[in-house]
Design a binder for this molecule. Sequence first.
Ligand code: NAP
Length: 293
Amino acid sequence: MRVLITGAQGQVGAELIRLAPAEFNVTGLGSAQLDISDSDQVARTVTQLQPQLIINAAAYTAVDKAESDSERAYAVNRDGTGLLAQAAERAGIPLLHISTDYVFSGDAQAAYTEADITAPTGVYGASKLAGEQALAEHCSRYITLRTSWVFGATGNNFVKTMLRLGQERKTLGVVADQYGAPTAAISIAQALWKVARDYAASGTLPWGVYHFSGTPSCSWHDFAVAIFEQAQQLGLLSESPQINAITTADYPTPAKRPANSVLSCSKLQQAFGIEQPDWRADLHRVLEALKSA
Ligand SMILES: NC(=O)c1ccc[n+]([C@@H]2O[C@H](COP(=O)([O-])OP(=O)(O)OC[C@H]3O[C@@H](n4cnc5c(N)ncnc54)[C@H](OP(=O)(O)O)[C@@H]3O)[C@@H](O)[C@H]2O)c1
């Protein structure tokens, strides 16, 4: 099966390429090779490569910058997704797409299911939700995988930011009143390849929206504590900084973030047999990779 991966140099895109199953013929294109917001480029690429499946790992992911750059965020996350959806539909092939926990308001007490009402708190989440809607409108065979708090050895993420700040500072304040679930890019790539293999085997899938995140849920503060504990054990840091629990109000950001963006992932487990990965074990692997890099 010929598979086209967009955003191939991002956190998830790079892991999709690294873990590409040998039985698939995979082409990964970074933003310089395929700008998904350019309709001519999208149409030409799909015509030339004749993929049998597209996985869209491209997105505008700068959550705070999106507040002052909404035109670009929508051009990529809504319009780019819509262009890929239309190209996939014209070619008669499915599109696997990645979305975000930030489509939710964060006001719920329990974990969000796929049936819960979306109400993004910022431009990034709103543009990603608009992309989900464009996909559903234009493409009859799609999987949208919403995930959260992505980290990995490639690209920028919370783990790398904490390691850098841990070397620069003796104390750090980390938000302790926002709850979610860290998810390793490698686990997202594995989940998407499982879905792709199911499609290759049966020619169809239970199409629709699914949630996928690491387990257990935690606060950013809990995540930071785990990062420094493991980094010290692995000898990545000689000393851990003191990590103070602060509130969202203590750390104002341009984009408002959901207080609770924990995703319920049982629908994916039931449909595909994909279990939620233990993010602490994934964190260990990522820190080991960073150590040997
Ligand atoms: N990061 C998170 O915490 C998080 C959380 C929940 C969901 N997600 C979702 O997970 C998916 C993967 O995110 P990620 O963490 O891998 O993000 P990432 O590391 O920022 O990668 C996104 C990639 O998309 C590329 N890109 C941006 N605009 C593009 C365009 N117009 N055409 C083609 N490529 C373009 C970027 O290339 P350039 O760098 O060259 O622009 C980048 O390589 C996204 O759908 C994201 O919304 C991420």
